[in-house]
Design a protein around this ligand. Sequence first.
Ligand SMILES: Cc1cc2nc3c(=O)[nH]c(=O)nc-3n(C[C@H](O)[C@H](O)[C@H](O)COP(=O)(O)OP(=O)(O)OC[C@H]3O[C@@H](n4cnc5c(N)ncnc54)[C@H](O)[C@@H]3O)c2cc1C
Length: 410
Amino acid sequence: MPELAALDVLSPGSPGYEASPRARLVVRCHSVSDVVQVLSYADATGARIMPRGGGHCFVDRCPADGIVVDLSGLNRITVDDSGVATVGAGARLGAVYAALHASGRTIPAGCGDTVGIAGLTLGGGIGLLGRQYGLTCDRLVGAQAVLADRSVVECDEHSEADLFWALRGAGGGQFGIVTELRFATVPEPSVCRIEGNWPEGNLVPAWQDWAPDAPDGMTVNLTVQPRRITLFGASTLHPAETEGLLRDFAARAGVLYAIGIRRDVPYSMVKPTFRGTDQAGTRRRVRSEFFARPVSERTTGELLQRLTGNRRLAFTAMGGAYRRTAEDATAFAHRGQRFLLEETGDPDDPWVDEAWHAAHAEGSGRVYPNFPDLALEDPATAYYAGNHARLAALKKSYDPDRVFDFPQAL
Ligand SMILES: Cc1cc2nc3c(=O)[nH]c(=O)nc-3n(C[C@H](O)[C@H](O)[C@H](O)COP(=O)(O)OP(=O)(O)OC[C@H]3O[C@@H](n4cnc5c(N)ncnc54)[C@H](O)[C@@H]3O)c2cc1C
């Protein structure tokens, strides 16, 4: 039996352990050889494995009595002269943005500075620079992974190209344990930080018609809560052009121009200001779907009518660079969608399902793999659409014994 004694096994009761209550063991890895050793131990004991980066997954994917491989000890970040960043799979977004900022570089990635770079990238990665530069996974140029057979592989466009394809958008924990990610960074832009707030008003129809078709340099999302509607985002366009577009939007929506623009903010400084309230540990239920066309006024009215308490609708603009990559060029299959709609509420609030079903009648049936939803009837089609057959074949070849197995895995 392989020894665990030399490894950093977390004790029951520690915060890292409590996050995965169904786990048999939680092992914090500090090197690739630690990861290989945990896989050997799992093989000898027949345990299933769940890798963990930032620990932000919406559902507990740890198999009952499984082993959590916590990668937080692998968090080194370097940037070379050609602008390629090598990022340990345990790094969190806040640390990634800060390290890249020091080199005048960045990547298009999400909000939430404790979100793990690995989980985010493996499922796609939607963020405020995405309409200009694409998904986080679109900037991935290579990765290192430990496979189920304990081999350590490097993958990119030329080597293990199928694995590299699958790692860009299928969602984490399916093909192996990624230990390192390499990104082609972009120069960090100075942006206009955008935020507008209104106590009431029907901004949804105007936003749906406008935000997904805005110039690529502008990403403006919308959240609707009881008595608070917030428009927020960032723009790399000239401030005067940014303001002109926002004034046009306010006029279309029929609301007063109540939008603040803060100019010349480094992109990495804008992200933390939109952290929101859904930090790890906040218990909320989230359901979501992509939309290829606007939700009708009738359905929008139905959604808004019962928006009380902790209920929230969040609209995220797609379009731009997201759709300039073919749907089968990477595993992320939702390139042609106009926006993502999330319905969020307290864990036991039936409104989340009711609202999801009401909107679903007009939705595309596509669901973002980074927003897993255990209530989906056909998760394979929802997450992977036309890429499912290729992904299922790759799962069989890379993980034939389903060492990486969880509800809704491929
Ligand atoms: C507060 C908050 C803000 C968010 N903001 C955004 C956003 O702006 N844009 C966006 O696109 N998404 C966003 N998300 C969703 C986020 O992308 C997913 O929750 C993502 O899966 C989190 O990754 P993680 O590493 O933190 O989580 P984890 O729970 O650690 O991992 C998520 C999944 O990936 C697997 N995984 C993790 N690390 C590895 C690895 N090294 N190798 C293989 N598999 C691995 C895990 O097994 C799990 O299945 C947000 C989520 C939260 C909670």
